[in-house]
Design a binder for this molecule. Sequence first.
Ligand code: ZN
Ligand code: ZN
Length: 207
Amino acid sequence: MKKSFCFRGSAAKRAGRTPMADWCVFCDIARRAPASTAALLYSDDKVVAFQDINPSAFSNMSSVLLLTTTRSIIYDQLVHSISFILKICVRVFSLCNVCRHYLVIPIEHIPTVKNLQRTNEDHQLVSHMVKVGKDLLSRDAPKSEEHRFGFHQPPFNSIDHLHLHCLALPFIPSWRQVKYTPLGPLGGFIDAEKVLEKIKPETEVYS
Ligand SMILES: [Zn+2]
Ligand SMILES: [Zn+2]
């Protein structure tokens, strides 16, 4: 008999899993929606990979600055200059991250690691995601000191569409490692190998 499994032990965690969700930005990327501008590094019928859009906080700051624009021409100029500089910073920061931080996501809309089950299907999917990530980092960042692969567990995940972080270390800046380090019983980041252990299907025993 095939046993179901999820991180919190309840059986019915397939809820929330759909081929795609209209509101989900990662589903847009996976199905290559016109609004999505993410350049895919890899794609097949199960997963896609792309560069992490990490400096989103900078984008938000520039939006806020634009919203606070007043009628003052001088102030407008200042705000636009700051916004322009921030956009350049975001771009440079993105370029710095090239070959450093990739995401691999399933085409299927699976919200988080909590929705994975101890099935061959899910185990193979996560194994495939890890393999794609390893291949990409081996190709693009072969000389980095360590490659790290893992997921954020709720409530520490930023987007409710399962995404494997593939990181070529060291972290730049170094304080960013806090976000990608397992916090023991507190949860947070979880290594991909640990996830694979948890969802490894039990072998059936016949007597
Ligand atoms: Zn999605
Ligand atoms: Zn994440």
